[in-house]
Design a binder for this molecule. Structure first.
Ligand SMILES: *Cc1c(COP(=O)(O)O)cnc(C)c1O
Length: 372
């Protein structure tokens, strides 16, 4: 039985080191903002190639504080996509600003940069592209539009640890990059975690204060902040795992290449290659007709799959009051109906990938067999 995600396989490799690091925290008792937090921040900034990193308790908090640091607040608008995890949109609403959606591009599944200009207004304060599934959005085009107007660019890199272009890493293109360390992400904590990366020292200082009750020093509250600190225990575990991230990303790319080769020309379309950039393959999603039937068929064969995401945010009941109805973002909506995510993680073997690909081809063809 192939799991969709196998956290135990990873733990089998890094477990002893994590246990030693976490035990050291437990014995010292520096649970809150202990030295491992600053250590992890330095290493994560180095990994991303940015001047600074600030660790927080979730990816959602990272997005929330990045927006606040960029000055986003009530009355402002932030341009983003509806084909994302709901947290991207929720974080904008937390600031009191209004999310303004543009559709995704059919090939890249990231922000359709040709649609941005039409939605800009004098109230547009930031653009928030999402590196969906670990594929970089077209940052050149987005930055060009934003720089011409003095609009901030904040990357939702929660799925894109290690994605790169010309040696530059996800999170380092815009003004602030936001990451999640939710356990299933490419770099996952033993619980919740997140971080922002930036080259801008003012943003870094603001976010460092905001995550810890707006304190500039103990009981000196210079901003109205939050309790968004990363636990020292999580920082210790993340530091151990970060050392493996580059190798894990390569392993994900190998699995993706195996799927690509086995599915080419078949009934389930592999994701298009990430032209000019290196995909981090947080998700490997095919497009397939009769998706729900194929998914059910695969389930019967013992092959687990997921859907990222079955409903774009503008069609979720909780966000209906944003005022976008069905039909407004046809690319996102059709993608939601066709996308099917296959198991992918660094430890997935070539044989397992072969099993998944064969089952998928067969599931797509079952209908034809029955008709015949
Ligand atoms: C996971 C995720 C988030 C939220 O991260 P949490 O750590 O779960 O708060 C935000 N945006 C995207 C695109 C994500 O995948």
């Amino acid at each position: 039985m192939i799991p969709f995600l196998d956290l135990q396989a990873q733990y089998a490799v890094v477990g002893p080191e994590i246990e030693a690091a976490v035990l050291a925290v437990l014995r010292r008792g520096d649970y809150i903002l202990g030295k491992p937090v600053a250590e992890f921040e330095q290493r994560f900034a180095a990994f991303c190639g940015t001047k600074d990193a600030v660790a927080v308790n979730t990816g959602t908090s990272a997005l929330h504080l990045a927006l606040l640091a960029a000055g986003v607040g009530p009355g402002d608008e932030v341009v983003t996509v509806p084909m994302t995890f709901v947290a991207t949109v929720a974080a904008i609403l937390y600031t009191g600003a209004t999310p303004v959606f543009v559709d995704i591009d059919r090939d890249t599944l990231t922000m359709d940069t040709h649609a941005i200009e039409a939605v800009l207004t004098p109230r547009t304060k930031a653009i928030l592209p999402v590196h969906l599934h670990g594929r970089l959005a077209d940052m050149d085009a987005i930055l060009k539009i934003a720089r011409a107007r003095g609009i901030a660019v904040i990357e939702d890199a929660a799925q894109a640890h290690g994605a790169s272009r010309d040696g530059r890493l996800a999170g380092s293109f815009g003004d602030i990059g936001c990451f999640s360390f939710y356990p299933g992400k490419n770099l996952g904590a033993c619980g919740e975690g997140g971080a922002i990366v930036t080259d801008n020292p003012d943003y870094a200082t603001a976010i460092r204060q905001l995550r810890d009750w707006g304190q500039a020093g103990k009981y000196n509250h210079v901003r109205r902040g939050y309790n968004y600190r990363l636990d020292t225990i999580q920082a210790a575990a993340l530091t151990v795992k970060l050392a493996h991230l580059a190798a894990w990303t390569e392993a994900r790319r190998k699995v993706a290449a195996t799927y690509d080769a086995l599915l080419a020309g078949g009934p389930a379309a592999p994701p298009l290659p990430a032209r000019g950039s290196e995909h981090a393959y947080h998700v490997y999603a095919v497009r397939v007709a009769e998706r729900d039937r194929v998914q059910a068929e695969l389930k019967e064969q013992g092959i687990p799959t997921l859907i990222h995401y079955p409903k774009p945010v503008h069609l979720q009941p909780a966000y209906a009051d944003l005022g976008y109805g069905a039909g407004r973002f046809p690319v996102s909506e059709s993608y939601a109906a066709e996308t099917l995510s296959l198991p992918i993680y660094p430890e997935l073997t070539e044989a397992q990938a072969g099993e998944v690909a064969a089952a998928l081809r067969q599931a797509c063809e079952v209908r034809d067999v029955r008709v015949a």
